[in-house]
Design a protein around this ligand. Structure first.
Ligand code: PGA
Length: 225
């Protein structure tokens, strides 16, 4: 079975790129994480691919929260996933505190959105008893992404054995929940990362903006023949 590939465009891309990606990709193991403003244009051009927002509000439903977008609004717009707790968000805003990330996770679950919850080496801070209970009750609607901060956007991937060890610890703590690896994944290293048995897929930033790179990573996500 193919492993999961989550693409995270971050604050990149254009309507032209939306057009090109919408024409190119239909893989059912690909989730495309776009800037919020591009989600509906993409959905209008391609009804097949699964889409992710890169965040949602800690507030539920509707309300006087200028600039916020709720999990419910995303779901109503045909979006299936939301990426939560990315370290880049945590570093720019104290609104992404552990408590608020867990509130967002709970809002996403209530709205029927699946979450991709980013964690780093300090996962113990986020994954405490309360979180593991939440994950247990999530009925498969949460995927974890182990993203060592030192690997994000740097081209430096940790030793495969270190990745394997940490992901094994995470899965042990969280009842074997599906866990991705993220940080400097590209067409060259995707296969060896994907070959780690405990890893259920990858979260790809920079390389996911280039069609040939993402195509090669998708190829690496299928078992070698
Ligand atoms: P990168 O980003 O692939 O550009 O390192 C990964 C991420 O931030 O999710």
């Amino acid at each position: 079975m193919s492993k999961l590939v989550v693409a995270n465009w971050k604050m990149n891309g254009s309507i032209d790129l939306v057009d090109e990606f919408a024409k190119t990709f239909t893989a059912d193991n690909l989730i495309l994480g776009l800037p919020t403003i591009f989600l509906s244009p993409f959905r209008n051009r391609n009804s097949i691919l699964k889409l992710a927002a890169q965040d949602c509000s800690m507030f539920q439903g509707f309300g006087a929260h200028t600039g916020e977008i709720s999990a419910r609004m995303l779901r109503e717009s045909g979006i299936e996933y939301v990426i939560l707790g990315h370290s880049e968000r945590r570093s720019i805003s104290n609104l992404d505190s552990t408590e608020n990330i867990l509130q967002k996770l709970s809002n996403a679950m209530d709205a029927g959105l699946s979450s991709i919850l980013c964690i780093d080496e300090n996962f113990d801070q986020l994954i405490d008893e309360k979180t593991t209970d939440l994950l247990r009750n999530s009925l498969g609607k949460v995927i974890l992404a182990f993203e060592p901060v030192s690997a994000i956007g740097t081209g430096i991937v940790p030793n495969l054995s270190d990745i394997r060890e940490t992901v094994s610890k995470i899965k042990e703590k969280c009842d074997g929940i599906n866990t991705l690896y993220g940080g400097s994944v590209n067409s060259i290293n995707a296969r060896e990362i994907m070959d780690i048995p405990e890893i259920d897929g990858v979260l790809v930033g920079g390389a996911s903006l280039k069609i040939p790179e993402l195509t090669a990573i998708l190829q690496a996500s299928s078992p070698a023949v």
